[in-house]
Design a protein. Structure first.
Length: 189
């Protein structure tokens, strides 16, 4: 598992950088596809971030960084005309799910140090990708605001998560993280 991670960290980092600029899937049937895909891409930053923190001895939780992110997305939500408390809750879940993946990676590396990463991308590069995905997510939340607060939200969310998880080849850990990251998306359903 982690040996694959070490091999994929550089590839994943490059893919994440490209994915922020990647155009939306033109034939995506689910209206929440783009939002869920951005959330999934943001989850995928957990592996390179965990590797960086592992190698530098950094803590997984970073309350100062969390505060910066939540302040940024709250301000972007207000500028987009959507409720900042909703966006803050969504991103709190997203951050918690990402930290969960990082804790899982750290646990694996502690159990088997030979599988721990020997290199990692610079944390600032990952944070730049994360910031771009955050903006994309807020934009999608604003675009899908009526649907997110409709009775059909839960069904649309489930369909989009299934599609995105399959497209991204998510394993059980990432599928559980995607569920946790999106649990506040449908407040009425």
């Amino acid at each position: 598992m982690t040996t694959r991670l070490t091999r994929w960290v550089p590839v994943l980092s490059a893919a994440l950088a490209l994915s922020v600029a990647a155009p939306a899937a033109a034939d995506a049937p689910e209206p929440l596809h783009e939002l869920i895909d951005a959330a999934a891409q943001r989850l995928q930053t957990a592996d390179p971030v965990a590797a960086s923190k592992w190698l530098t001895g950094g803590a997984i939780t970073d309350p100062a960084r969390v505060r910066v992110v939540l302040d940024q997305v709250s301000a972007e939500a207000q500028s987009s005309g959507v409720a900042s408390d909703f966006v803050t809750e969504v991103f709190t879940d997203q951050i918690g799910a990402t930290e969960g993946i990082q804790y899982s990676r750290f646990a694996g590396w502690k159990f088997d140090p030979s599988t721990a990463p020997r290199s990692a991308p610079d944390l600032s590069a990952s944070r730049s990708v994360i910031d771009g995905l955050n903006r994309r997510m807020v934009t999608e939340i604003a675009a899908q605001w009526p649907l997110l607060h409709s009775p059909v939200c839960a069904g649309e969310l489930a369909a989009a998560k299934t599609t995105v998880a399959a497209e991204r080849g998510f394993d059980d850990l990432y599928r559980a993280a995607l569920d946790a990251a999106t649990r506040s998306y449908c407040p009425g359903g």
